[in-house]
Design a protein around this ligand. Sequence first.
Ligand code: PGA
Length: 235
Amino acid sequence: MTARTKLIVANWKMNGTQAAIAPFVATLQAQTLPDAANIVVCPPFTLLAAFAGSGLALGGQDCHASAKGAYTGCISADMLRDSGCNYVIIGHSERRRDFAESNELLAAKVQAALAAGMVPIFCIGEKAGEAAEAILSDQLQALKGLPLEQIVIAYEPVWAIGTGQVAAPADIIVRHAFIRGQVPQIGQILYGGSVTADNAGAILALDGVDGVLVGGASLDAASFAAIAQSVANPA
Ligand code: PGA
């Protein structure tokens, strides 16, 4: 399998304050982070500007499908790009759950992100008790006809998000191979769901895992830095 640069992505969700940024950045900058790891932080929109000059790559947590217009409360892909983002998370299970985001809408958001010159991080994953492969191939339909090599996938079993329950290593390998088989040209395939400094090394060393999408454990700079370090020191 081709060696891809590992992508280590922080998803802060609706957490963080202006005051938290300088210490977070200082802690990360004090570490020698591995060259083989690309670090991306996706804070709330209000905190993007506070990362200016940090040297960290930035991402949004969502974008609107339209470039601009009368959409109160929304942010466009162009606006994220204008705020220094190179990435945007699209279709996170919390957006699918709380905002009923459909495959059609998500396809339009991925296209908007690409048109703005950003890398979409497209999230897919089954809920507990669902037939994983059927769900994943259905969710992947949103990417049909799109330039797959410019898109990153995050495989996040919904039951593993924020629960402390990580998918079994053998299952992660099987699911990533399944996704790669469905969309062979895709960029990195990340794993997400209860990744911590303790388990990241083992997860990142699995076949077909090109990085991780980290929620809770990314809020603490030392633990997020340790996750990035585990690219160089697999468990
Ligand atoms: P978690 O969240 O690491 O807190 O489980 C991951 C995610 O939702 O992307």
